[in-house]
Ligand binder design. Structure first.
Ligand code: SIN
Length: 567
């Protein structure tokens, strides 16, 4: 690994070498199409960007699975925005900076909290059925918010209501070509510019989609770990393909674990929304004691990383693998109305939210790190934009504030649309069509059983060595395991499972590397060997693939000011 320190924080250039694609042509037929804008990902960022861009441009959207299989669709909590008369963007800014534990980019957060309310009002005006009482939005509370400001829909079904409405609007406008079950393999780069993407269809057929601009909105990477709240699709594909293409990555050490995922045997696990604690639910240890009281002034509503750490500590102390969520003292009729999804899903698993203690434990939930972008969603590669969870815009610092993620997708998705106007208006109107240099060997690929086994092993290993608690020793071992697994992978065939494994390994490699370099504890990154904040680490870590494929690491300059850290 190469390492350099930059005081400007913006100097890493993506490589200019030709980039080998990870699949072979294998002699089969390849489909070609071209657009002004190609959007990759069907969550809130992708839908916002596609819907907006289609008002003027010829747009296609590719999503790996279906529109009801995205992290957005499963989002329970809601969208945070300063809409109430008692609230303001300044308050929302302060809460976001505090939750971010001294590592937020304040300018980016300002944009988020100042533009957020108007984006939410637009959805409201467009007829999205947010929960209301007497015509007024009902605003919920979640961790680390100083006032109720979470807009929700269908009680705890915000994601499906919002995503469903955005998809319906796009379908009704019929100006976006929608392709479900189209797995994007690699971005196409020509002369340092992104000119489209190569994707794999359901039947194993390859498609080349050329575009004047590409918007990457491919979501998170929760499946790097053994337990996650993320849907099956969240395998770090967007981060990995951007890295392979030479994009600068940022903050890759920060994976947020949600403290209250249902503790069962399934993966993904059911999220038991933080909004329940917002309504007054408690967290109890094995002996029924509220373990957050006295740990943080906001108790169960402390920033998410604080709650996760404490829950983890309690589980270790008590030799248990879960803690308990207690909503038994709350009004049952209200719980059923406010949390229909959680109530129903728990019942399917044999638990009554009104009467039972619910076993919960931390699970990977949100990837704070990702593709570095500026305030307009521009990545380091001209023609490549990114928005949503796949990015690291700096709004989340070292720990995301609850319900700021859908907001980020909305705000930065819309900013991408605005910048596309500028970019596409000024740039060459023709679509650049390049000759694809796919190798023509026919590949058998990897044994599916072996792929499954490696993926399982990766998750367990990452949870143990690069999960909630990390140390130099563990990270060295994790790095070795990841390198070993990568070297065992034979050249890929055309199976999504193989591509996912490669992408997970790529993200894991970068995560371990950044986690080893950050010798402090901050936000979601807890080092047992460096348990304190270190003021000199108020800086971001960037990574980019070098000419030999090995990551080059760069430390950005220190952030200005003292920064707001947790209590
Ligand atoms: C939740 O509903 O607990 C999750 C909300 C979020 O991740 O912001």
């Amino acid at each position: 690994m190469n390492r350099s320190v930059s005081s400007s924080g913006a100097t890493l250039n993506h490589k200019k070498r030709p980039i080998p694609y990870v699949v072979a042509g294998g002699g089969g037929k390849i489909r070609y199409s071209s657009y002004d804008v190609l959007v990759i990902g069907g969550g809130i960022g992708g839908l916002t960007a596609a819907g907006g861009a289609s008002r003027r441009w010829n747009v296609a959207l590719l999503t790996k699975s279906s529109f009801d299989d995205t992290a957005t669709f499963f989002a329970q909590g809601g969208i945070a925005a300063a809409l109430a008369p008692y609230d303001s963007p300044v308050l929302h800014l302060r809460d976001t900076l505090t939750a971010g534990d001294g590592l937020c980019d304040e300018a980016a957060v300002r944009i988020l909290v100042e533009e957020g309310p108007e984006r939410v009002r637009e959805l409201d005006r467009a007829g999205i059925r947010f929960d209301k009482r007497r015509g007024q939005l009902i605003l919920g509370t979640e961790g680390a918010h100083s006032v109720p400001r979470i807009v929700h829909a269908g009680g705890d079904a915000t994601g499906s209501v919002v995503a469903g409405a955005l998809v319906d609007a796009i379908v009704a406008g019929s100006r976006v070509e929608l392709h479900e079950h189209e797995f994007v393999i690699d971005l196409l780069i020509n002369n340092g510019r992104c000119v489209g993407a190569l994707s794999l269809g359901k039947e194993g057929e390859l498609t080349v989609s050329f575009a004047r601009a590409v918007v990457l909105a491919a979501g998170g990477a929760g499946h790097v770990f053994a337990n996650t709240t993320n849907p099956d699709v969240s395998t770090g594909d967007g981060q990995a393909m951007a890295y392979r293409a030479g994009a600068v990555m940022r903050d890759m050490e920060f994976m947020q674990f949600h403290p209250t995922a249902f503790h069962g045997h399934e993966n993904p696990t059911l999220l038991v929304t933080e909004a329940l604690r917002g309504e007054g639910a408690y967290l109890l240890d094995r002996d029924g004691r509220r373990f957050m009281v006295g740990v943080h002034p906001q108790a169960e509503l402390a920033p998410r990383d604080v709650v996760t750490r404490k829950a983890h500590e309690i589980m270790v102390r008590d030799c248990t693998d879960f803690v308990q969520l207690d909503a038994r003292h709350l009004d049952c009729a209200h719980l059923q109305k406010r949390f229909p999804t959680v109530h129903r899903e728990l019942a399917r698993r044999g638990y009554d939210l009104c009467r039972d203690l619910i076993p919960v434990s931390p699970a990977s939930h949100y990837f704070v790190g990702g593709v570095a972008t500026d305030m307009w969603g521009r990545t380091s590669i001209p023609g490549l934009y990114a928005c949503g969870e796949v990015t690291a815009t700096g709004v989340h610092g070292a720990n995301r504030l609850a319900s700021n993620s859908l907001l980020e997708g909305l705000v930065f998705g819309e900013r991408v649309v605005r910048d596309l106007e500028r970019y596409l208006t000024d740039s060459d109107p023709s679509v650049c069509k390049i000759k694809l240099e796919l190798t023509h060997e026919s590949r058998e690929g990897n044994d599916p059983e072996e792929v499954r086994h490696m993926r399982q092993h990766l998750g367990i290993m990452m949870s143990r060595l690069c999960g909630i608690v990390r140390s130099a020793d563990g990270l060295v071992r994790a790095g070795r395991v990841v390198a070993d697994m990568k070297s065992q992978l034979r050249p890929l065939g055309r199976h999504p499972e193989e591509l996912e494994l490669l992408n997970l390994l790529t993200v894991a490699e970068l995560m371990v590397l950044s986690a080893a370099v950050r010798e402090e504890s901050r936000g979601v990154h807890l080092r047992s060997d460096f348990p304190e904040h270190d003021h000199d680490w108020r800086r971001h870590i960037r990574l980019v693939g070098g000419a030999d494929g090995a990551p080059i690491l760069e430390l950005e300059g220190m952030l200005e000011g003292e920064g707001v850290a947790h209590a």
